[in-house]
Design a protein around this ligand. Structure first.
Ligand code: HEC
Length: 137
């Protein structure tokens, strides 16, 4: 029984690695370009961070310190960790993180608790995140 579990875990890890080709996402680019998107007010929408510091989803952001306008490096590392689990490095079009908040008409998921944050893949912020995922080496 225990062996079966270990083997299953190894196979799952192997599959995830094969899918990402062992690529690594760049933390510095994430911190400089991606995180500000989570704090930005989008037309007709609340900020990602307004919901995702509290909501019980797998996209979990750390609460900002009182008065802070950006995350500390340690907080960013935790945010990065959470986001990293939801993307397939090198493959933005198959990354749940980008498909979930995208409008269904544009190829996104049917439902996102935070609405259609991105009306299409042409949204500059969607593009910025896609570029970061694509650039993983
Ligand atoms: C009004 C609140 C709200 C806002 C604003 C919001 N979300 Fe969400 N989001 C939710 C809720 C609630 C869920 C969990 C239910 C669901 O799956 O949609 C969720 C789920 C997600 C998930 C799936 C996580 C998982 O567990 O698989 C992703 C990815 C996501 N949101 C990305 C974003 C991004 C990116 C933004 C900003 C551009 C954003 N959300 C803005 C409420 C919000």
């Amino acid at each position: 029984m225990r062996h079966a579990l270990v083997i299953a875990a190894i196979l799952a890890a192997g599959a995830a690695l094969a899918e990402s080709g062992g690529k690594t996402l760049n933390f510095q680019v994430y911190r400089a370009k991606i995180e500000p998107i989570f704090l930005k007010k989008r037309l007709n929408h609340a900020r990602c961070a307004a919901c995702h510091t509290a909501s019980a989803s797998n996209f979990h952001l750390q609460p900002l310190d009182p008065g802070a306008t950006a995350w500390t490096e340690a907080q960013s590392r935790m945010n990065f960790e959470s986001v990293s689990h939801l993307v397939i490095p090198g493959n933005p079009d198959r990354s749940h993180f980008l498909l979930h908040p995208l409008a269904p008409e544009a190829g996104g998921d049917d439902f996102h608790g935070g609405g259609h944050q991105f009306e299409s893949k042409d949204d500059p912020d969607w593009q910025t995140i896609a570029e970061w995922i694509r650039a993983a080496k």
